[in-house]
Design a protein around this ligand. Structure first.
Ligand code: ASP
Length: 329
């Protein structure tokens, strides 16, 4: 019956009075952990797909003492301006009307986050998401508002549709077949997780989204908890692949919560993929892949189909790893 008296609510609630009484203590402990200076750890950077230059850039920045957030943003910026990468930043595939619209988000070790959705003319959208986080009272800016904020911050407007991506779009228009394609180029959303010398975690996620999407379509990548989630007490995760499926299971948040409950990063990524698969009776014709790290430096990665890779920088070495998948062919 509502309204319930406070006393009876406490009696009936599964939370219970004792939990409520210890809550401030738990809060205090977690703050203490976060702000205590930890002994310096060996930093590392990890990103979805085959992106050694981006991961090296972040790794070198971390070695020089850069914080995890700035290193992740700097790392993914390489792919945002890489014209050969047609799934991120400038040169990214446009929507079905020929507009390149970009999505990105960032999250830091305090749980602060920023996100930009469907922005045009701005290449470095992960940096823009960071600026939204740091310089506005908001988490998300979308569309023209995001573009105008970028211009006000000194970002230069650019034509993001390159000759190559225009040609590819024009040949797509001949058939206009709208279906997600699996690992066409061994590139997709770039999600990067970094751990800095203080042992703090942050992440950045950037994409041009599904190629030839409907105008205004936004996937998981800029959605905090779906495309990216960071909890400095537990770990972090990022996603790539068909955003609609990741959003339906809030994939990255799910992985971090599973790790909080004691699962390894690998088991957590596998469980998140399974949560997607149980919604489908047949072998899915779309790809989803996750990578995750925990605060002990353990790594997990898993995908639906083969072909997903990640790149990791650790102890001055950058390696590309092939990820295990549910289906083998
Ligand atoms: N996750 C991105 C989206 O759905 C695209 C991708 O990673 O393939 O927009």
């Amino acid at each position: 019956m509502w309204p319930m008296k406070r006393r009876s609510f406490l009696d009936k609630s599964s939370i219970g009075l004792s939990t409520l009484l210890v809550a401030p203590k738990v809060w205090g402990e977690s703050k203490k952990k976060l702000f205590n200076s930890k002994s310096l750890v060996s930093p590392f950077a990890i990103a979805t797909w085959n992106v050694p230059e981006a991961v090296n850039l972040a790794g070198n920045a971390l070695e020089k003492g850069q914080n995890a957030l700035d290193a992740a943003v700097e790392g993914v910026s390489f792919e945002e301006s890489n014209l050969k990468n047609t799934t991120v930043g400038k040169g990214g595939a446009p929507d079905r009307e020929g507009n390149v619209t970009l999505d990105a988000c960032v999250m830091d070790h305090f749980g602060n986050c920023g996100s930009v959705m469907a922005v045009e003319q701005i290449t470095h959208v992960a940096a823009l998401a960071k600026d939204i986080m740091l310089k506005t009272p908001h988490v998300i800016l979308a569309g023209d508002g995001a573009r105008q904020f970028a211009l006000s911050q000194g970002y230069l407007p650019e034509n993001l549709l390159t000759l190559e991506s225009k040609k590819a779009w024009e040949s797509w228009l001949e058939k206009s077949n709208y279906s997600p394609e699996i690992n066409v180029e061994n590139h997709d959303t770039i999600g990067m997780l970094c751990c800095d010398q203080q042992g703090n975690l942050s992440g950045a996620c950037t994409t041009s989204g599904l190629a030839y999407k409907m105008k205004g379509r936004v996937g998981d990548s800029p959605v905090i908890g779906s495309g990216l989630f960071v909890d400095n007490q537990v770990g972090a995760a990022v996603a790539t692949g068909l955003g609609e499926e990741v959003i339906k299971t809030v994939g990255s948040f799910l992985i971090v919560e599973l790790m909080r409950q004691g699962k390894t990063p690998q088991a957590s990524c596998e469980e998140a993929i399974n949560r997607i698969l149980v919604k489908h009776d047949e072998k899915p014709d779309f790809q989803v892949g996750f990578i995750a790290i925990d605060i002990n430096g353990r790594i997990g990665a898993y995908s639906i189909h083969p072909g997903f890779t990640y790149t990791i920088y650790k102890e001055n070495k950058t390696t590309i790893k092939t990820v295990e998948s549910v289906f083998k062919i």
